[in-house]
Design a protein around this ligand. Structure first.
Ligand SMILES: C[S@@+](CC[C@H](N)C(=O)[O-])C[C@H]1O[C@@H](n2cnc3c(N)ncnc32)[C@H](O)[C@@H]1O
Length: 304
C-alpha cells in the first residue's frame, strides 16, 4: 500500500485534487519506488497523470494501520496540499533517515511540508535536536503542535504555517523532505547554497543529477541522504610532504575531477575532502578558511 501512496504523490501533485480516487487495491502495481531513480527530464510532465476511473476510496481506511489526527482534526491521507498532497512518511523511515543524517542534540532539523509533524517530533524526541516544521495547511500545523505537546517535546519543536518556497530555512543543519521530484529540484539551488555539511534527507524522491551520498531502505520505503558539499573548484597550490605542485579542481556537486597535477579526482562530503592520485593513493583533509588541510598536506587557493 505504501508504494501505491508514493504513486499517488506522483499522480496527484496539485491542490486542485480535492478528492482521492484509487484503483481497487488488487493487483497492486509494481513498486513505483523505482520512480526516484528514473532519469529526470527537465520540464517533462510527471508520471501517471492518466485519469483514474475507480470508485472513490478513503485512503485512510486503506491505510488502516496508523491512527491519523486527533479529536480536533483528522486529516485524510491523500488530501490536497498547496504543491503536493499529504501522505505521511512511515515512522520506520523517519527514524532511519534521521539516523542516516546523524542527527544529534546540536542539530536544528527543518521539515519542509511537515504534515502532522512526525519528522520534527522524532528529531526532538529520539535524537534530542531542536526542530521546526513548515506547512501551508494551518490545520496540519495546529495538529503538529498538539502532537508535539503530546510527545512532550513542545519546548524544542516549533511549527509555522507558510510556503516552503518563501520561508527562510537557511539556519537548518538538517533538512527533511517528502515532496515530489520537481519540488526537490526547485529547492535544490537553495539547498546547495546552505552551509557545507548540511544534511538533507528525502523520502522517495531524488534531486535529479545530484546523486545521493547514501540510499536508505526500510521494509516500507526508500529514502536518500545528501550532504551539502563545500565548493572547492579552482586552482590550488599543493604541499604534500616535500612535494609541491599545482592542480585545477573541477566540481560537480560532490564529485571532483582534477587536471594539471598528479591528482586525478576525488569527492567532497560536507567539508571533508578526499583526493585521489592515479596510483590509487588518497589524501583526506578538511576545507578550512585557509584552504585545504590534511595530515601532512595543505593546499592554498591560487585561482577561482
Ligand atoms: C507528502 S506530505 C509529507 C508530510 C511529512 N513531511 C511527512 O513526511 O510525513 C507533504 C506536505 O507538504 C505540505 N505542502 C504542500 N505544498 C506546500 C508548500 N508550498 N508549502 C508548505 N507546505 C506544503 C502538504 O500540506 C503536506 O502536509
Amino acid at each position: 500500500m505504501r508504494h501505491t501512496l508514493v504513486a499517488l504523490l506522483l499522480a496527484l501533485p496539485s491542490a486542485a485534487t480535492a478528492q482521492v480516487r484509487l484503483v481497487p487495491a488488487s493487483p497492486v502495481p509494481p513498486a513505483p519506488l523505482a520512480a526516484p531513480a528514473a532519469p529526470m527530464i527537465p520540464g517533462a510532465p510527471l508520471a501517471m497523470p492518466a485519469p483514474i476511473q475507480a470508485p472513490v476510496v478513503a485512503l485512510s481506511t486503506l491505510e488502516g494501520q496508523e491512527k491519523l489526527g486527533d479529536a480536533e482534526y483528522q486529516p485524510a491521507v491523500g488530501q490536497a496540499g498547496k504543491d503536493v498532497i499529504w501522505v505521511p512518511t512511515p515512522e520506520s523511515l523517519v527514524k532511519a533517515l534521521l539516523t542516516a543524517a546523524k542527527v544529534t542534540k546540536a542539530d536544528y532539523v527543518v521539515d519542509l511540508g511537515s504534515g502532522d509533524g512526525r519528522f520534527p517530533i522524532a528529531a526532538a524526541r529520539d535524537f534530542g535536536a531542536r526542530a521546526h516544521g513548515i506547512d501551508y495547511n494551518g490545520d496540519m500545523v495546529a495538529l503538529a503542535r498538539r502532537n508535539a505537546e503530546r510527545a512532550g517535546v513542545r519546548t524544542r519543536v516549533t511549527f509555522q504555517r507558510g510556503d516552503i518556497f518563501e520561508a527562510d530555512f537557511s539556519s537548518a543543519t538538517v533538512v527533511t523532505l517528502y515532496l515530489l521530484p520537481n519540488l526537490n529540484l526547485k529547492l535544490r539551488p537553495t539547498i546547495l547554497a546552505m552551509k557545507p555539511g548540511t544534511r538533507v534527507v528525502s523520502h522517495a524522491f531524488d534531486m535529479g543529477d545530484w546523486e545521493p551520498d547514501e540510499t536508505i531502505r526500510t521494509d516500507e520505503a526508500t529514502g536518500y541522504l545528501w550532504i551539502v558539499p563545500a565548493q572547492i573548484a579552482g586552482r590550488w597550490a599543493f604541499e604534500v610532504g616535500n612535494a609541491r605542485f599545482a592542480a585545477t579542481l573541477a566540481q560537480t556537486y560532490q564529485k571532483l575531477s582534477a587536471s594539471g597535477g598528479p591528482i586525478t579526482g576525488g569527492r567532497v562530503r560536507g567539508t571533508e575532502v578526499i583526493l585521489t592520485f592515479a596510483d590509487g593513493r588518497e589524501l583526506t583533509g578538511e576545507v578550512s578558511e585557509n584552504g585545504l588541510v590534511g595530515r601532512g598536506w595543505t593546499a592554498t587557493r591560487i585561482g577561482g
